[in-house]
Design a binder for this molecule. Structure first.
Ligand SMILES: [Zn+2]
Length: 435
């Protein structure tokens, strides 16, 4: 089906891609044409038309790192650094069931769609196929999988490899032909995985043509642990094992020195930058300016609801810029344009999905967010970008389209009865839990 969206302030996600009196032509799941309404070619008779009343339209936001399956336990531990926090959570996370994962994923997907996030890279430990099934059912795009870990290095829980591989291959079979679902193979981290397991997971990813996801250099103690065990730093350790290439997605990368930044840039790997999670867990501040100066693809991530606790990429844009500036005393450390690019096209590049998503261009998937923004002096490209990064939030999201389909509009998710979902979760869990 072909339709025209007109009277919109377009932000295509490309440099200088602001079109105040724009139009979009959608054909099925894709964008057929984009540009100023005055230049729009005549459309065939019967083409549906909608007037968006001058609203701002941006590419769907991309969350490059999350753990949706843990969302039921939001707020269960809000203090401590990464390792203190993980130890405090262990009694809860070690016993998460596949059903917990499923309901938690649904909560996370509902929140992300409401917040204008149309694509996420999600991580779990068990049930690699669950997130993609839940997300695509609610109309969201995902790159999902499970992060392997070595039982000898992880105190709690059962081993999950090669189970994660089997689950992923099964999910790929079950979800083949579902354009909203992509999969990866991943390993939790250099400190939770032996070198042999890391290499085995990467080999399997290469064999099946999948991205490889890992947490890397998140916390200073991680660096000390890896130096103690392997005589080198986390990124160099992965480099020596041959794990870094353009199909690798590295979450965090807070603790990197200059030489590691060069190794990272030469490898082509992408980085998921999680500024709020890194600050909350006292991990530090990733050297994003230095990464971007070396043309490392950097996207924004929320991390899971246990370490953030929201799934809000608007908040990550603003906080990421403020954090970089406040700590470097450099007012240009990150610009609004940098933040918006990281939330859209660069995030897509990190996920290896930029041929299909991340910007509003003819031929790409029609993943877009309609926002209610205004300005006392009227909207201009500068004011729109300024508001998108320093002012906007989920409260401004009016409508969300994924693959050309409206999945959220006027406060309501269209593919799921959210009230029924929440009531069911409440019945299942709250009656069994102490108040
Ligand atoms: Zn993570």
């Amino acid at each position: 089906m072909r339709s025209v969206l007109r009277n919109l302030f377009l932000c295509t996600g490309l440099p200088d891609g602001f079109i105040p009196d724009g139009a979009l032509v959608l054909e099925g799941s894709r964008i057929a044409w984009v540009g100023p309404v005055a230049a729009m070619p005549e459309q065939p008779e019967g083409t549906a038309e909608r007037d968006l009343g001058g609203r701002v339209v941006i590419p769907g936001l991309i969350n490059t790192h999350a753990h949706g399956g843990m969302s039921l336990h939001r707020g269960c531990c809000d203090e401590g650094d990464l390792f203190q926090w993980a130890a405090a959570l262990a009694p809860t996370t070690a016993h998460l069931t596949l059903e917990d994962n499923r309901w938690g994923s649904a909560i996370a997907v509902a929140e992300m769609l409401r917040n204008g996030v149309t694509t996420v890279c999600d991580c779990t430990r068990f049930g690699a196929g669950i997130f993609g099934e839940v997300a695509s059912g609610m109309g969201m795009r995902s790159l999902s999988g499970a992060l392997a870990n070595s039982p000898s290095l992880r105190s709690a829980g059962r081993p999950n490899w090669p189970l994660a591989l089997e689950e992923t291959l099964e999910a790929m079979r079950a979800q083949s032909g579902n354009g909203l679902c992509r999969h990866y193979l991943g390993a939790h981290s250099p400190y939770n995985c032996t070198p042999e397991l890391l290499r085995e997971v990467k080999d399997a990813a290469e064999r099946h043509g999948l991205p490889f996801v890992i947490h890397l250099a998140e916390n200073r103690r991680e660096t000390e642990m890896i130096i103690e065990r392997h005589g080198t730093t986390p990124l160099r350790h992965l480099h020596r094992l041959g794990l870094l290439d353009r199909n690798s997605i590295l979450a965090h990368c807070v603790w990197l020195d200059e030489e590691e930044l060069d190794l990272l840039a030469a490898s082509g790997a992408g980085v998921a930058h999680n500024p709020i999670s890194n600050a909350k867990l006292a991990s530090g501040i990733a050297p994003v300016k230095a990464m971007r100066a070396r043309r490392v693809p950097v996207g924004l991530g929320t991390d899971g609801m246990l370490s953030n606790n929201a799934q809000d990429i608007f908040a990550e844009m603003k906080f990421g810029v403020l954090l970089a500036r406040a700590t470097s005393l450099d007012g240009y450390a990150l610009t609004a344009a940098d933040a918006f690019a990281m939330a859209t096209i660069e995030g897509a590049r990190v996920l290896g999905w930029d041929d299909e998503i991340g910007s509003l261009e003819a031929g790409k998937q029609a993943d877009l967010v309609v926002l209610d923004l205004d300005h006392p002096l009227g909207l201009t490209p500068h004011r729109v970008l300024s508001d998108l990064v320093f002012r906007a939030g989920p409260q401004h999201v009016r409508e969300v389209l994924v693959a050309g389909e409206t999945v959220f509009v006027d406060g309501r998710l269209l593919r799921v009865d959210e009230a029924a979902l929440r009531a069911r979760i409440s019945r299942l869990y709250c009656e069994a839990l102490p108040a």
